[in-house]
Design a protein. Sequence first.
Length: 307
Amino acid sequence: MNKSVWWAVARSEEVNSDKPINVNIGDDPIVLWRDHQGTARALEDRCPHRRAPLSLGCVLGNGMIQCGYHGWTYDGETGHLKDIPNLKSDAKFPKLYRAQAYQVVESGGFVRLCADTKATPIDAPSQSLPLSGSVDVALSHDQYLAALFDDPSLVISIRGVLFTPYLMSELAEVDGQLVLERSCKWAGPHWPSPFTSDFPITLRISTDPVTGESELLLRDDAFKPLLRARVAPVPAARGVTQVRWRAKLESQRSGLRAKLMGLGQPFSVLSSVDGAALRVLRPSASIHAAALRETMTNTQPAEAGVA
Ligand code: FES
């Protein structure tokens, strides 16, 4: 796992000072909470004393986190041990006892972490989109991205929209992002024929080659935005991918079907994947994406396809 990468591990509203939460980056467990000043903090989710998860502890009034097992207390900014209950007043804390601290930034409604304390701050979008959700998906991070590139319907849902297999533009590198544009059509009957060759809407997917964080833009036939979404998949333990997302339905939408998008949940990230559809899905854009990711990141190649 690249330690200098910034991962969107939570939505801002998931992190509070009432109860710490556990997240993962790969096999690394992390505890997240807000201190008394509202700043999000992150430490390795293992107490340096006896390895109990700090996420089972509590947040104190001074913003520090206290382990629920024996009450040792840690500072969220540095990970330093600050208090041991019932210790003699002149006793010193051994330096050995220190939890790994993560850099934390908050932007665009996401809390992002980096394990490298010297990493440069991320330049992330600041606009927060009002709709949001979090799901755990039983696919690896590479498999998840491959499914998004090859058939978005396996991992996301946009109300009233069907994703076709046809690409308006092949996947390519644009300004350091993997970008493709897929033809879409409205769901439901098409009069006078149930078949249509008219694909009036398009979905543009722009993906960071390392994190897989993707910006989705659905546009109508006049290329006016209908819906925007940001999907942030993070590799977690046991091959699971934790996905946080935010979305916004544009208020100015022309046409009946576009207007109907606002009647229910317009966007969601699916928590379970249709295994039968996934098994027979032929890798297409994901093959190109894997090759580009390898070139752009100069790291190990991503898995091609989702078979
Ligand atoms: S295991 Fe955390 S204080 Fe003992």
